[in-house]
Write a protein that binds this ligand. Structure first.
Ligand code: PRT
Ligand code: ZN
Length: 299
């Protein structure tokens, strides 16, 4: 396949999203070797290459069609989208789906000693952030005007340095805020890793590989929580057993040889199965309950 017929995926080179993103592609069946410059991974069994880049560059790599797909924080993607819209530039990358890792929140945080009585408290304040467009949108929605001080790193020390009254930064565990005597008071945006795709029309062969990859990704993400349950149950409690199986579609019911009143039930549950559920199933008369992980799934 010609070089420009190969799909290029932009992934963060080294950071919080790198490991999960490469793992996701690996679980889609992509076998790749890392180039000598360590910037490109060449797909060996599919016409798909991975470009390893700074996360901030990913939206534009997809927008400019240098890459066809990118995996980036929803926060980074949405910030860039707002920035492009504000300068009336075409966005031309599309959110395909979120990926359920890299969870964090863009939060407003005030020094522990300060009171916060809702968004009106922000009026006239100076807020340090690296997400000026997301913050501006939030302030607009809340109808308050505040000064935005754009900083690129170490936002959490801005109040201590007297550079801002409060901050707007990403939070996951909350430890960084606590260590800097800051307290989160409002969420500006919920974020997680997101898959973005080019808005451009791709040649047929490339499009078909991309669709194949996206379908496999759906499968990988679906099986993560999915379990296969097998159990024996009294025929009379089938309705209750079905109700107890979390997130399952119609189960398969199989007769048991020489036993008219009990059946075997097999079902795929698309949610995690907890001990409590198993205990409830047992309470409803189930026995020989087995829970197996699901390896692959193709809808
Ligand atoms: O080098 P490059 O530019 O690619 O990396 P980067 O340093 O800009 O990004 P990186 O790897 O820090 O984050 C990549 C993406 O991970 C972000 O865009 C988010 O979508 C997501 N993510 C998830 C986070 C966090 N959690 C997170 N906690 N990004 C940053 N943080 C930082 C936050 O800014 C703060 O400094 O971690 C600190 C807070 O963490 P806690 O756990 O103390 O609350
Ligand atoms: Zn970055």
């Amino acid at each position: 396949m010609e070089k420009d017929q190969r799909i290029k995926i932009a992934v963060q080179k080294s950071g919080r999203l790198t490991e999960n993103s490469l793992e996701l592609l690996h679980r889609c069946g992509l076998v790749y070797s890392r180039g000598r410059d360590e910037l490109i991974c060449y797909g060996e069994n599919m016409p798909i290459d991975i470009l390893l880049v700074r996360d901030d560059d990913i939206p534009d790599l997809v927008r400019d069609d240098i890459c066809d797909v990118g995996i980036v924080g929803y926060n980074v993607m949405h910030e860039r989208r707002l920035e492009l819209e504000a300068s009336e530039m075409p966005v031309s990358f599309e959110l395909h789906r979120t990926l359920d890792y890299g969870h964090c929140k863009l939060c407003l945080a005030v020094p522990e000693s300060e009171d916060y009585a809702g968004p009106q408290t922000l009026q006239g304040k100076r807020i340090a952030t690296s997400y000026p467009n997301l913050l501006r949108e939030y302030l607009g929605k809340e109808r308050v005007s505040a000064e935005i001080a754009v900083m690129s790193g170490a936002i959490e020390i801005a109040p201590k340095l007297g550079k801002a009254d409060l901050i707007c930064d990403l939070v996951s565990s909350g430890r960084t805020l606590a260590a800097n005597h800051l307290r989160p008071v409002a969420t500006v945006l919920q974020s997680q890793a997101a898959l973005i795709t080019t808005g451009a029309r791709l040649p047929a062969a490339k499009r078909s590989w991309l669709e194949r990859l996206l379908r496999r990704m759906e499968g990988v993400l679906q099986v993560r929580e999915s379990k296969y349950i097998m159990l024996h149950a009294p025929r009379a409690s089938l309705a209750e057993i079905r109700r107890l199986l979390p997130g399952s579609e119609t189960p398969t019911v199989i007769p048991l040889e020489g036993c008219d009143d009990r059946v075997a039930v097999h079902a795929v549950c698309r949610e995690n199965v907890f001990w409590e559920t198993l205990e409830d199933l047992k309470g409803a008369g189930a026995s020989s309950v087995l829970v197996l992980p699901v390896e692959k799934m193709l809808a």
